[in-house]
Design a binder for this molecule. Structure first.
Ligand SMILES: Nc1ncnc2c1ncn2[C@@H]1O[C@H](COP(=O)(O)OP(=O)(O)OP(=O)(O)O)[C@@H](O)[C@H]1O
Ligand SMILES: [Mg+2]
Length: 104
């Protein structure tokens, strides 16, 4: 099956006032073309952290992410991410929310 996403040994440590928080450690998985994957787990296990890293919104501490075989650094236009809260621009239609992109 054609590989769309590969997550290799990805770990993330956050720094807060009390010290380091190890949010995810050595996460490995692949997603093939057309596959539908759910990530489930208790609150605080690192689901949002992992998705934010894949979307390029959060920096990983270590590991690599490949999108269609290309090593990903930062935000990729190939990845879309819908947050737990919808965060839509209320004055736009659903279509124009979907079409919205920042200049760069
Ligand atoms: N910005 C941050 N600074 C410090 N620690 C953080 C930060 N964001 C998340 N964490 C910690 O990292 C761990 C994973 O959090 P994350 O939000 O990824 O979990 P989650 O699985 O998405 O939880 P939920 O099901 O409640 O959404 C938790 O221990 C959390 O407290
Ligand atoms: Mg979450």
């Amino acid at each position: 099956m054609e590989k769309i996403l590969e997550v290799k040994n990805v770990s993330k440590k956050y720094q807060n006032k009390e010290g380091e928080v190890l949010a995810i450690q050595n996460v490995n998985f692949r997603v093939g073309k057309g596959e539908f994957v759910s990530i489930i787990g208790p609150s605080g296990c690192g689901k949002s952290t992992l998705l934010s890293i894949i979307a390029g919104l959060e920096k990983k501490t270590s590991g690599e992410i490949y999108i269609e075989g290309e090593k990903m650094e930062g935000i990729s236009p190939k990845v879309g991410y819908m947050l737990q809260r919808d965060c839509l621009l209320e004055w736009r239609t659903i279509l124009s929310n979907t079409m919205f992109r920042t200049r760069n």
